[in-house]
Design a protein around this ligand. Structure first.
Ligand SMILES: Nc1ncnc2c1ncn2[C@@H]1O[C@H](COP(=O)(O)OP(=O)(O)O)[C@@H](O)[C@H]1O
Ligand SMILES: [Mg+2]
Length: 251
Protein backbone atom coordinates (compact mmCIF):
# COMPACT_ATOMS: atom_id res chain seq x y z
CA UNK A 1 0.00 0.00 0.00
CA UNK A 2 1.32 3.44 -0.81
CA UNK A 3 0.88 6.11 1.83
CA UNK A 4 -0.24 9.40 0.40
CA UNK A 5 0.64 12.52 2.30
CA UNK A 6 -1.85 15.26 2.99
CA UNK A 7 -1.49 18.36 0.92
CA UNK A 8 -1.45 21.30 3.35
CA UNK A 9 -0.92 24.26 1.08
CA UNK A 10 -1.88 25.15 -2.47
CA UNK A 11 -0.94 28.42 -4.11
CA UNK A 12 -2.46 28.88 -7.54
CA UNK A 13 -1.40 31.53 -10.02
CA UNK A 14 -1.01 34.17 -7.30
CA UNK A 15 -0.21 37.70 -8.37
CA UNK A 16 0.40 40.62 -6.01
CA UNK A 17 0.55 44.31 -6.77
CA UNK A 18 0.97 46.88 -3.98
CA UNK A 19 0.12 49.79 -6.24
CA UNK A 20 -0.65 50.48 -9.87
CA UNK A 21 2.50 52.45 -10.55
CA UNK A 22 4.92 49.65 -9.64
CA UNK A 23 2.89 46.87 -11.23
CA UNK A 24 3.18 43.29 -10.08
CA UNK A 25 5.79 42.39 -7.47
CA UNK A 26 4.79 38.73 -7.86
CA UNK A 27 2.93 36.99 -10.62
CA UNK A 28 1.85 33.51 -11.62
CA UNK A 29 3.04 31.86 -8.41
CA UNK A 30 1.88 28.25 -8.23
CA UNK A 31 3.05 25.84 -5.52
CA UNK A 32 1.85 22.76 -3.68
CA UNK A 33 3.27 21.59 -0.42
CA UNK A 34 2.46 18.69 1.83
CA UNK A 35 2.98 17.52 5.38
CA UNK A 36 6.52 16.65 6.42
CA UNK A 37 8.14 18.88 3.83
CA UNK A 38 10.83 21.46 4.45
CA UNK A 39 10.91 24.09 1.75
CA UNK A 40 13.36 26.93 1.22
CA UNK A 41 12.02 30.07 -0.39
CA UNK A 42 15.09 31.67 -1.86
CA UNK A 43 15.71 34.78 -3.91
CA UNK A 44 17.29 38.22 -3.91
CA UNK A 45 16.24 41.10 -1.69
CA UNK A 46 13.10 42.63 -3.09
CA UNK A 47 12.35 39.43 -5.02
CA UNK A 48 9.01 38.92 -3.27
CA UNK A 49 9.76 36.31 -0.57
CA UNK A 50 8.07 38.23 2.23
CA UNK A 51 5.20 39.20 -0.06
CA UNK A 52 4.56 35.55 -0.89
CA UNK A 53 4.53 34.53 2.78
CA UNK A 54 2.15 37.42 3.50
CA UNK A 55 -0.12 36.39 0.65
CA UNK A 56 -0.27 32.88 2.11
CA UNK A 57 -1.15 34.07 5.61
CA UNK A 58 -3.55 36.70 4.24
CA UNK A 59 -1.68 39.88 5.23
CA UNK A 60 -1.67 40.94 1.59
CA UNK A 61 -4.48 40.22 -0.77
CA UNK A 62 -3.55 38.73 -4.13
CA UNK A 63 -4.99 40.58 -7.10
CA UNK A 64 -4.93 37.31 -8.99
CA UNK A 65 -5.10 33.64 -8.08
CA UNK A 66 -5.88 31.96 -4.79
CA UNK A 67 -4.45 30.20 -1.76
CA UNK A 68 -5.87 27.13 -0.08
CA UNK A 69 -4.87 25.97 3.37
CA UNK A 70 -5.70 22.32 4.05
CA UNK A 71 -8.13 22.50 1.17
CA UNK A 72 -9.96 25.50 2.64
CA UNK A 73 -10.26 28.97 1.19
CA UNK A 74 -8.96 31.34 3.91
CA UNK A 75 -10.90 34.29 2.49
CA UNK A 76 -14.12 32.37 3.19
CA UNK A 77 -12.92 30.57 6.34
CA UNK A 78 -10.40 32.89 8.01
CA UNK A 79 -10.13 30.61 11.07
CA UNK A 80 -8.16 28.10 9.02
CA UNK A 81 -5.21 30.51 9.23
CA UNK A 82 -4.74 29.34 12.82
CA UNK A 83 -2.93 26.27 11.54
CA UNK A 84 -0.19 28.56 10.26
CA UNK A 85 2.59 29.77 12.52
CA UNK A 86 4.07 32.87 10.93
CA UNK A 87 7.25 34.61 12.05
CA UNK A 88 7.75 37.95 10.28
CA UNK A 89 11.15 39.42 9.56
CA UNK A 90 12.71 40.89 12.72
CA UNK A 91 12.44 44.40 11.27
CA UNK A 92 8.66 44.02 11.38
CA UNK A 93 8.48 43.08 15.07
CA UNK A 94 7.65 45.77 17.58
CA UNK A 95 10.61 45.38 19.90
CA UNK A 96 9.43 48.27 22.07
CA UNK A 97 6.27 46.52 23.17
CA UNK A 98 6.29 46.42 27.01
CA UNK A 99 6.14 42.64 27.23
CA UNK A 100 8.42 39.92 28.53
CA UNK A 101 9.86 37.02 26.55
CA UNK A 102 7.34 34.75 28.31
CA UNK A 103 4.47 37.05 27.28
CA UNK A 104 5.63 36.96 23.66
CA UNK A 105 5.82 33.17 23.68
CA UNK A 106 2.41 32.92 25.35
CA UNK A 107 0.85 34.73 22.35
CA UNK A 108 1.40 31.43 20.56
CA UNK A 109 -1.27 29.86 22.76
CA UNK A 110 -4.01 32.41 22.05
CA UNK A 111 -5.53 30.45 19.16
CA UNK A 112 -6.35 27.83 21.81
CA UNK A 113 -7.35 29.90 24.83
CA UNK A 114 -10.49 31.62 23.55
CA UNK A 115 -11.58 35.19 24.04
CA UNK A 116 -10.53 35.56 27.66
CA UNK A 117 -6.99 34.52 26.77
CA UNK A 118 -6.60 32.76 30.08
CA UNK A 119 -3.71 30.30 30.07
CA UNK A 120 -4.27 26.89 31.64
CA UNK A 121 -1.73 24.48 33.10
CA UNK A 122 -1.15 22.77 29.76
CA UNK A 123 -0.59 26.15 28.06
CA UNK A 124 1.96 27.12 30.72
CA UNK A 125 3.78 23.82 30.33
CA UNK A 126 3.97 24.26 26.55
CA UNK A 127 5.18 27.86 26.88
CA UNK A 128 7.96 26.82 29.28
CA UNK A 129 8.97 23.92 27.08
CA UNK A 130 9.13 26.19 24.01
CA UNK A 131 11.34 28.67 25.88
CA UNK A 132 13.58 25.82 26.98
CA UNK A 133 13.91 24.46 23.45
CA UNK A 134 15.49 27.73 22.26
CA UNK A 135 17.61 28.10 25.43
CA UNK A 136 16.02 31.29 26.70
CA UNK A 137 15.11 30.23 30.25
CA UNK A 138 17.56 32.76 31.70
CA UNK A 139 15.84 35.74 30.01
CA UNK A 140 12.22 34.49 30.16
CA UNK A 141 11.14 37.27 32.52
CA UNK A 142 13.05 40.07 30.82
CA UNK A 143 11.39 42.64 28.59
CA UNK A 144 11.85 41.96 24.88
CA UNK A 145 13.37 45.46 24.58
CA UNK A 146 16.14 44.39 26.99
CA UNK A 147 17.36 41.24 25.25
CA UNK A 148 19.72 40.93 22.30
CA UNK A 149 18.43 40.80 18.75
CA UNK A 150 19.56 37.18 18.48
CA UNK A 151 17.61 36.30 21.63
CA UNK A 152 14.57 38.07 20.18
CA UNK A 153 14.84 35.96 17.04
CA UNK A 154 14.82 32.84 19.24
CA UNK A 155 11.86 34.13 21.26
CA UNK A 156 9.92 34.61 18.01
CA UNK A 157 10.66 30.97 17.12
CA UNK A 158 9.53 29.86 20.61
CA UNK A 159 6.23 31.69 20.06
CA UNK A 160 5.39 29.64 16.95
CA UNK A 161 6.58 26.42 18.61
CA UNK A 162 4.09 27.13 21.41
CA UNK A 163 1.40 27.56 18.77
CA UNK A 164 2.11 24.03 17.50
CA UNK A 165 1.00 24.91 13.96
CA UNK A 166 0.67 22.52 11.04
CA UNK A 167 2.47 24.96 8.75
CA UNK A 168 5.45 27.13 9.67
CA UNK A 169 6.18 30.25 7.62
CA UNK A 170 9.46 31.74 8.77
CA UNK A 171 10.69 34.96 7.20
CA UNK A 172 14.48 35.17 7.43
CA UNK A 173 14.62 33.46 10.83
CA UNK A 174 18.43 33.34 10.75
CA UNK A 175 19.01 37.04 10.35
CA UNK A 176 20.99 38.34 13.35
CA UNK A 177 21.78 34.93 14.81
CA UNK A 178 25.12 33.15 14.96
CA UNK A 179 25.92 29.87 13.23
CA UNK A 180 25.56 27.58 16.29
CA UNK A 181 22.13 29.07 17.05
CA UNK A 182 21.15 28.72 13.39
CA UNK A 183 22.04 25.02 13.65
CA UNK A 184 20.03 24.71 16.85
CA UNK A 185 16.96 26.19 15.16
CA UNK A 186 17.46 24.03 12.07
CA UNK A 187 17.52 20.97 14.37
CA UNK A 188 14.25 22.08 15.98
CA UNK A 189 12.68 22.57 12.54
CA UNK A 190 13.86 19.15 11.37
CA UNK A 191 12.21 17.64 14.43
CA UNK A 192 8.97 19.46 13.55
CA UNK A 193 9.27 18.11 10.01
CA UNK A 194 9.53 14.57 11.41
CA UNK A 195 6.30 15.30 13.27
CA UNK A 196 4.64 15.89 9.89
CA UNK A 197 4.72 19.67 9.86
CA UNK A 198 5.20 21.68 6.69
CA UNK A 199 8.02 24.19 7.07
CA UNK A 200 8.65 27.06 4.68
CA UNK A 201 11.72 29.20 5.34
CA UNK A 202 12.47 32.38 3.38
CA UNK A 203 16.17 33.22 3.20
CA UNK A 204 18.55 34.74 0.67
CA UNK A 205 21.14 32.05 1.33
CA UNK A 206 20.97 28.29 1.99
CA UNK A 207 21.02 27.67 5.76
CA UNK A 208 21.87 23.96 5.64
CA UNK A 209 22.55 22.04 2.51
CA UNK A 210 20.66 18.78 2.47
CA UNK A 211 18.01 19.82 4.98
CA UNK A 212 15.49 21.06 2.44
CA UNK A 213 13.29 18.78 0.37
CA UNK A 214 12.47 21.50 -2.12
CA UNK A 215 13.63 24.95 -3.06
CA UNK A 216 11.50 27.70 -4.54
CA UNK A 217 13.62 30.23 -6.35
CA UNK A 218 11.66 33.43 -6.58
CA UNK A 219 12.29 36.79 -8.16
CA UNK A 220 8.97 38.41 -9.06
CA UNK A 221 7.89 34.99 -10.32
CA UNK A 222 8.87 31.42 -9.57
CA UNK A 223 12.11 30.92 -11.48
CA UNK A 224 12.31 27.25 -10.42
CA UNK A 225 10.62 24.94 -7.93
CA UNK A 226 11.69 21.42 -7.12
CA UNK A 227 14.41 19.33 -5.49
CA UNK A 228 17.56 21.31 -4.60
CA UNK A 229 19.69 19.61 -7.25
CA UNK A 230 17.12 20.51 -9.93
CA UNK A 231 16.75 24.10 -8.80
CA UNK A 232 20.28 25.11 -7.86
CA UNK A 233 21.71 25.21 -11.34
CA UNK A 234 23.96 28.01 -12.43
CA UNK A 235 21.40 28.97 -15.06
CA UNK A 236 18.55 29.32 -12.53
CA UNK A 237 20.67 31.19 -9.99
CA UNK A 238 21.86 33.67 -12.58
CA UNK A 239 18.28 34.23 -13.68
CA UNK A 240 17.15 34.81 -10.10
CA UNK A 241 20.04 36.87 -8.76
CA UNK A 242 21.26 38.61 -11.84
CA UNK A 243 24.84 38.65 -10.53
CA UNK A 244 28.01 37.32 -12.16
CA UNK A 245 29.35 35.44 -9.11
CA UNK A 246 26.88 33.00 -7.64
CA UNK A 247 29.36 30.85 -5.74
CA UNK A 248 28.83 32.87 -2.54
CA UNK A 249 25.19 31.78 -2.51
CA UNK A 250 26.13 28.15 -2.38
CA UNK A 251 28.73 28.25 0.38
N1 LIG B 1 3.94 47.35 1.77
C1 LIG B 1 4.52 47.53 0.58
N2 LIG B 1 4.11 48.52 -0.25
C2 LIG B 1 4.67 48.71 -1.46
N3 LIG B 1 5.65 47.94 -1.97
C3 LIG B 1 6.08 46.93 -1.21
C4 LIG B 1 5.55 46.67 0.10
N4 LIG B 1 6.19 45.59 0.62
C5 LIG B 1 7.08 45.20 -0.32
N5 LIG B 1 7.03 45.99 -1.40
C6 LIG B 1 7.83 45.83 -2.63
O1 LIG B 1 7.58 44.54 -3.16
C7 LIG B 1 8.78 43.97 -3.68
C8 LIG B 1 9.04 42.63 -2.99
O2 LIG B 1 9.38 42.88 -1.64
P1 LIG B 1 9.53 41.74 -0.56
O3 LIG B 1 8.38 40.82 -0.67
O4 LIG B 1 9.77 42.40 0.75
O5 LIG B 1 10.85 40.99 -1.06
P2 LIG B 1 11.89 40.10 -0.25
O6 LIG B 1 11.22 39.63 0.99
O7 LIG B 1 12.24 38.98 -1.19
O8 LIG B 1 13.08 40.96 0.03
C9 LIG B 1 9.88 45.00 -3.47
O9 LIG B 1 10.02 45.74 -4.67
C10 LIG B 1 9.32 45.87 -2.36
O10 LIG B 1 9.82 47.17 -2.45
MG1 LIG C 1 11.76 39.82 2.92
Amino acid sequence: MTSSKTQLLTVSNVGVSYNHRNGYVLSGVTLQAEEGEMILLMGPNGGGKSTLLKAIIGLVKPVEGWVKIMGRDPTLEPDIRRVIGYVPQLSELNIHAPITVKDLVSFGRYPYTGLLKKLGEEDTRIIEESIRKVNLENVADMKISEISIGQLARAAIARVLAQNPKIYLLDEPFESIDKPTEQMIMDILKEEKRRGKLIIVAEHHIPEKGAFDKIVLVNRRVIAYGRPEEVLTEHNLRLAYNIPDITSLLS
